[in-house]
Design a protein around this ligand. Structure first.
Ligand code: PHE
Length: 337
């Protein structure tokens, strides 16, 4: 029987299919239910035990040989089909469509909303110098408020750092443009924070800046109310809480009202129903002066928000790290948006 298997292997080795049908016939002949291999396996049961080891492995080898032969020619015929007899009426198989990243979706939605009230976009470098990220923004060296934004420095040069907010872009914009200014700066920012469900060392911001004559806090409040309604729905309520930022005076944090009806709303709002979504305020006159704008003539407001936080709220995402892991099962859920 061993000899029979050897001969069969030789035959398989020599075999060259002439067409796809021929290959199919070969497959059925060897691998079919009543095929050669099943035949061999059933007579295998009847051979004496001491022959089983050698015979078993030679039958298995034969089976592998047959399968490899089929595999290699299957591709060959498939390729040939493309070159030769092409059926142009055959429906194409659809490519898997990719999806936009949720951060990119929310980023464009925020930009769209503010575009509609006249804001344009300005961008700047992610590697910044001390002046644009801190000093010009009324955060001189040794100012304790620098601790609010744990900073990554580039090597040992304390003057060069990864920007901690996109306010740095607004400084650049003010330096190069004269009012009226109405600009948004979206981008990636870096802070030396432990990574958790609520914080990451890299995240994305959109900051806004409006400077003109007689800009007031009421203008700021109105713009933010408009934003909240466009983003989260007509019924959205906001509240402003006094806060502190070195570059704005007065400063506030804006909360939106989620309520406490669901467990998760109760949890994320710590039982108050309110959740903070952004920081804002009237641009400090020192900042205007640092950037070459006359604070006696002009005033302005600024605001800044984290895109991840808005996206978490909008899509009910519970863990911020999901935005950075590129897990296709997570990303696919946004494919229809
Ligand atoms: N730059 C601030 C931050 O990143 C946000 C902010 C922008 C606050 C503008 C007030 C005004 O925390």
């Amino acid at each position: 029987m061993l000899e029979k298997v050897r001969k069969l292997a030789e035959k398989v080795n020599k075999y060259t299919p002439k067409s796809e049908e021929d290959l199919n016939r070969f497959r059925v002949e060897y691998l079919g239910r009543r095929g050669v291999l099943n035949g061999l396996f059933s007579s295998f049961k009847r051979v004496p035990n001491e022959q089983k080891k050698e015979l078993g492995s030679s039958i298995n080898n034969l089976k592998n040989l047959v399968q490899k032969k089929i595999e290699s020619y299957k591709d060959f015929f498939e390729e040939e089909e493309i070159g030769g007899d092409v059926d142009l009426s055959k429906p194409v198989s659809l490519n898997n469509l990719g999806s936009r990243h949720p951060i990119s979706l929310v980023r464009s939605e925020i930009l769209d909303i503010f575009n509609r009230i006249g804001f344009t976009i300005s961008e700047g470098p992610e590697i910044e110098d001390d002046w644009h990220n801190f000093s010009a923004l009324n955060l001189p060296e040794e100012h304790p408020a620098r601790d609010m934004q744990d900073t990554f420095f580039i090597q040992t040069n304390p003057d060069i750092l990864l920007r901690t907010h996109t306010s740095s872009v607004q400084v650049r914009h003010m330096e190069n443009t004269s009012p009226p200014i109405r600009t948004l700066s979206p981008g990636r920012v870096y802070r030396n924070e432990a990574v958790s469900a609520r914080a990451h060392c890299i995240f994305h911001q959109v900051e806004g800046l409006y400077i003109d004559e007689k800009v007031s806090f009421a203008d700021l409040k109105q713009a933010l109310l408009y934003f909240a309604k466009e983003m989260f729905g007509e019924k959205t309520k906001i509240r402003l809480r006094p806060s502190y930022f070195p570059f704005t005076e007065p400063s506030a944090e804006v909360d939106i009202y989620l309520g406490t009806n669901s467990d998760s709303d109760y949890r994320i709002t710590k039982g108050t129903g309110w959740l903070e979504i952004l920081g804002c305020g009237m641009v400090d006159p020192n900042v205007l002066e640092n950037c070459g704008i006359d604070p006696k003539k002009y005033s302005g407001y600024a605001f800044g928000m984290g895109i991840e936080r808005i996206a978490m709220l909008k899509y009910g995402v519970k863990d911020l790290r999901l935005f950075f892991e590129n897990d296709i099962r997570f990303l696919k859920q946004f494919s229809s948006l």
